[in-house]
Design a protein around this ligand. Structure first.
Ligand SMILES: Cc1cc2nc3c(=O)[nH]c(=O)nc-3n(C[C@H](O)[C@H](O)[C@H](O)COP(=O)(O)OP(=O)(O)OC[C@H]3O[C@@H](n4cnc5c(N)ncnc54)[C@H](O)[C@@H]3O)c2cc1C
Length: 662
C-alpha cells in the first residue's frame, strides 16, 4: 500500500495504491477480500460507501435461501447435474453454470466454518429443501436473515486479517487506460472530506478491481431492495464493461413502508387484497377476474411459493394474475393497494368466516396440516409463523391493526455486467462479482444468487492470486493515463457544487427516474413506452449538470449517483427495447406487450395482451457495450456445458503447473 497526493485541475486528489481494491462490502465483496488475503495477496483494501449498506446486510425473506449441492439423505446429486439445472434456466452460459455448481459445496462449507448457522441434523447432515426451479433439495437457509449472517461473519474475517476498509467512499468513476482495454483504478468521493475540495476526491490506483457494488436497485422506485442499496453499474458500463442479459430481473409483491417480500406464509394465510382510491373509497378487487372464490383463494395461496411474477403463470387464473391485478390498481389506476390480515377475503367468506371447503386440495391440506383452518389471516399467521408478525412489529407495523401497502417491486437483477469463468470482464483486470455480475439466465433457482456471489468472489481471488500479483503502475503513469478521466469527473463535481441553493432537487430527480422505470421497464414492457422512456432518460442525463441543484455538499454523492443511475437506466431500457425488436417474448419475470397477443384473462385491459415466449431465445444471450455514446448490441449462443477434463492424472498435472488457473 502506498499513498500520495497529486493536483488535478488545481485540486488536490489523494491516491492510494494497492494490488487489488474490492469495491463494495456485501457478502460478495467481503468474501473476495477474505479469499484474496487467504490466497496470499495482502496488498488489498475494501472501498465501500457504507459497511451498513447494501442488500446482503439489510434484506431477507420468509426463509432466505442459499442454493448448493445436495448433501444429505439418499438423494443423489453431482456438480454436473447441478450445472445442468442452472443452465436449464435459459440464456445462461454453461461454463459459468459448471463453475457455480463445482464450487458451491466449498463456498457453503466455508460459510459454515466461519459461523453462519446453517442447520444440520444430529448425524451432521446439512439438510436441504426444494426451492423454485430446483429438481432436488439443494436449498438451505439460516433463517430470514441468511445473507445478513453471511455478511457479518465475513466482516469478522476481514477485520481479523486487518484488511484496510475505506468506509464512506463513493465510487464515481472507473479509471482505465486511454484505449479503454484495461482497468487502472477508481475515483471516489470521500464523505468525510466533502467540505474541502482538496480532501473531497480520492483515487485508488490498483492492478485489479473486484467490483461488488450489488444490483442497480436505484433505477426503480417500486423496489424491495433496501433503501441503502443503489448500485453503481452505470459507471462500469460507462467504462466499456459489457452488460449481459440486462433484460432479466425478478419482480414480485412486496410491502412498501418496510420493504419486505410477501412470500411464503404471508400469502398462504390468505389475506384480503384491498384497493383504495384518492377519495379513500376502498374495495377488494381480485374477485373481478377469477371465476370462483376457490380459484382466487388458491392463487393467493400459491403466490406464497410462486413469488416472482411469471407471465406463464398468468393464464388459467394462475398465481401471477394477482401481480397483473395489483399493477392495474397501482400503476394504471393510480390507486393504493393493501394486504389486510385482519379480515378474510369477503368473496369466499360468510359473516367474516372463510369457507375453507372452497380451497383446492393443496391449499386445503396445507392449512389443515398446519392447524390453521380457522379465524382471520392474522390469527392463522400467528399460528403458523409468529416471527413473521414480530418482524413487522420490530419495524413499526402492527399487522393486527395496520394494513400493509404493497406493489409489484424489483427484487433481483439476474443479468448485469459480463464476466468469464474467473468473473473477469472484457475490461482486463476488472472483476464484477456478486449481483453486479449477470451470471444468471432467465429463470434461476431460489438461493442461487447468494451461491453465485460466493463462488464468483472465490474465483476472482484465485485468478488474481495466480496471475495478477504485480504491483500497480507508478503514480506518474497512473496519473498520465487517467488524468483526463479524473478531470471530467472533477469538472462535473464543480458544476454540481456551483448550483447549491434552495431546497435542492437531488431526491426529486431520483424519484422521477425511479418512477419512469417502474412504470415502463419492470414486469410489463411495451416497446413504444420503453423507447420513449429511454429517450427521456438520455435527455435527463444530458441536462443533468445544469438541472441539478444541491441543498448542501452532503448531496454531492447522490448527485453523482443520479448520473450513474440515469446512464444505467438508459442502457437497460435500450437493452429491453432491443430484445423486443429482435423478437423476444414474455418470459422470466416480465410480460412483453403485443396488441395482437392474447390476454391472460378476458376483461383485462389491452396492455396485458402479451407476446408469447419464443423458446429459441433461451439458447441466446444479449450483450451490450456502451461506446461513444451508443449502445452496441450483440447476440450470441450460450456457451455449452463443459465436458471432459475429468481424468485425475491429467487434471492433477494441470493443477500442479497452474494451467487450471488460466
Ligand atoms: C428482498 C430480497 C430477498 C432476497 N432473497 C434472496 C434469497 O433468498 N436467496 C438468494 O440467493 N438471493 C436473495 N436475494 C438476492 C441477494 O440478497 C443479493 O443478490 C445479494 O445479497 C447481493 O450481494 P452483493 O454482495 O453482490 O451486493 P450487496 O450486498 O448489495 O452489496 C453491495 C455493496 O456495494 C456498496 N456500493 C454500492 N455502490 C457503491 C459505490 N458507488 N461506491 C462504493 N460502494 C458502493 C454497497 O454499500 C454495498 O456494500 C434477495 C434480495 C432481496 C432484495
Amino acid at each position: 500500500m502506498t499513498y500520495t497526493t497529486v493536483e488535478i485541475m488545481g485540486t488536490k486528489v489523494a491516491i492510494h495504491s494497492f494490488n487489488t481494491i474490492i469495491v463494495g462490502s456485501g457478502a460478495a465483496g467481503l468474501n473476495a477480500a477474505d479469499q484474496l488475503y487467504s490466497h496470499g495477496q495482502p496488498d488489498i483494501a475494501v472501498v465501500t460507501n457504507g459497511l451498513n449498506m447494501g442488500t446482503s446486510l439489510n434484506t431477507g425473506s420468509d426463509k432466505q435461501t442459499y442454493y448448493r449441492l445436495t448433501m444429505s439423505g439418499n438423494t443423489p446429486d453431482s456438480p454436473g447435474e447441478m450445472a445442468n439445472d442452472l443452465y436449464s434456466g435459459g440464456s445462461m452460459d454453461g461454463d459459468i453454470a459448471a463453475v457455480e455448481a463445482a464450487s458451491s459445496a466449498r463456498c457453503y462449507f466455508r460459510l459454515v466454518e466461519i459461523g453462519v448457522p446453517f442447520p444440520h441434523n444430529r448425524f451432521g447432515e446439512y439438510v436441504g429443501y426444494k426451492t423454485d426451479h430446483d429438481p432436488r433439495q439443494r436449498a438451505t437457509s439460516a433463517g430470514p436473515l441468511t445473507s445478513r449472517y453471511m455478511t457479518e461473519s465475513l466482516l469478522k474475517q476481514v477485520r481479523g486479517k486487518a484488511i484496510p476498509i475505506f468506509e464512506g467512499y463513493h465510487a464515481i468513476g472507473i479509471l482505465t487506460d486511454p484505449a479503454g482495454s484495461r482497468a487502472l483504478g477508481i475515483l471516489t468521493i470521500n464523505e468525510k472530506g466533502l467540505k474541502d475540495p482538496n480532501t473531497r476526491y480520492v483515487a485508488f490506483n490498483s492492478t485489479n478491481i473486484i467490483y461488488a457494488t450489488g444490483g442497480p436497485a436505484g433505477i426503480y422506485q417500486a423496489s424491495v431492495y433496501p433503501e441503502s442499496q443503489v448500485g453503481a453499474t452505470g459507471i462500469a458500463l460507462e467504462a466499456g464493461v459489457k452488460g449481459k442479459n440486462l433484460t432479466e430481473w425478478q419482480y414480485g409483491i412486496a410491502s412498501l413502508k418496510f420493504r419486505w417480500n410477501l412470500s411464503g406464509t404471508y400469502q398462504q394465510v390468505l389475506p384480503s387484497y384491498v384497493s383504495v382510491d384518492s377519495k379513500g373509497i376502498e374495495r377488494e378487487f381480485l374477485q373481478d377476474y377469477f371465476d370462483t372464490p376457490g380459484q382466487m383463494l388458491d392463487a393467493i395461496f400459491l403466490k406464497g411459493y410462486q413469488w416472482p411474477f411469471d407471465p406463464s403463470k398468468t393464464f388459467n387464473q394462475g398465481s401471477s394474475l394477482i401481480d397483473l391485478l395489483v399493477h392495474q390498481e397501482t400503476v394504471l389506476k393510480n390507486r393504493r393497494v393493501y394486504l389486510d390480515y385482519t379480515r378474510n377475503p369477503s368473496w369466499g367468506s360468510k359473516n367474516g368466516e372463510l369457507d375453507f371447503s372452497l380451497l383446492g386440495t393443496e391449499a386445503y391440506e396445507y392449512l389443515q396440516q398446519s392447524g390453521a383452518q380457522f379465524g382471520t389471516p392474522i390469527q392463522r399467521l400467528a399460528a403458523m409463523n409468529q416471527p413473521a408478525i414480530e418482524l413487522y412489529s420490530r419495524n413499526g407495523i402492527d399487522l393486527h391493526s395496520e394494513r400493509l401497502e404493497i406493489a409489484v417491486c424489483a427484487q433481483h437483477n439476474n443479468g448485469g455486467l459480463a464476466g468469464d469463468i474467473w468473473w473477469e470482464s472484457n475490461l482486463a483486470h476488472f472483476f464484477p462479482i456478486g449481483e453486479a455480475n449477470g451470471t444468471h439466465g432467465v429463470y434461476r433457482p431460489g438461493g442461487s444468487a447468494l451461491n453465485s456471489g460466493q463462488v464468483g468472489s472465490l474465483r476472482a481471488a484465485q485468478f488474481i492470486a495466480h496471475n495478477y500479483q504485480m504491483a500497480p503502475p507508478s503514480i506518474k503513469n497512473f496519473v498520465k493515463e487517467t488524468r483526463r478521466q479524473m478531470e471530467e469527473k472533477l469538472r462535473l463535481g464543480h458544476i454540481f457544487t456551483s448550483s447549491m441553493h434552495g431546497p435542492g432537487n437531488v431526491d426529486q430527480i431520483r424519484t422521477n427516474l425511479g418512477e419512469r422505470m417502474t412504470q415502463v421497464g419492470s414486469h410489463i414492457r411495451s416497446l413504444d413506452e420503453i423507447s420513449r422512456a429511454a429517450d427521456a432518460a438520455l435527455a435527463e442525463l444530458s441536462s443533468l449538470p445544469e438541472t441539478t441543484q444541491l441543498a448542501s455538499l452532503e448531496d454531492l454523492p447522490a448527485a453523482f449517483q443520479n448520473r450513474d443511475l440515469l446512464l444505467c437506466q438508459y442502457i437497460y431500457l435500450k437493452a429491453m427495447a432491443n430484445y423486443i425488436e429482435t423478437g423476444g417474448g414474455s418470459r422470466g419475470s416480465y410480460l412483453v406487450h403485443d396488441l395482437k397477443g392474447e390476454l391472460p384473462k378476458e376483461g383485462l385491459p389491452d396492455v396485458f395482451r402479451l407476446r408469447p415466449n419464443d423458446k429459441r431465445f433461451s439458447s441466446r444471450i444479449q450483450e451490450v457495450q456502451f461506446c461513444d455514446g451508443q449502445c452496441h448490441f450483440q447476440w450470441r449462443q450460450t456457451k455449452p456445458l463443459p465436458t471432459g477434463e475429468q481424468w485425475f492424472e491429467t487434471v492433477w498435472k494441470d493443477y500442479r503447473d497452474g494451467t487450471v488457473f488460466r
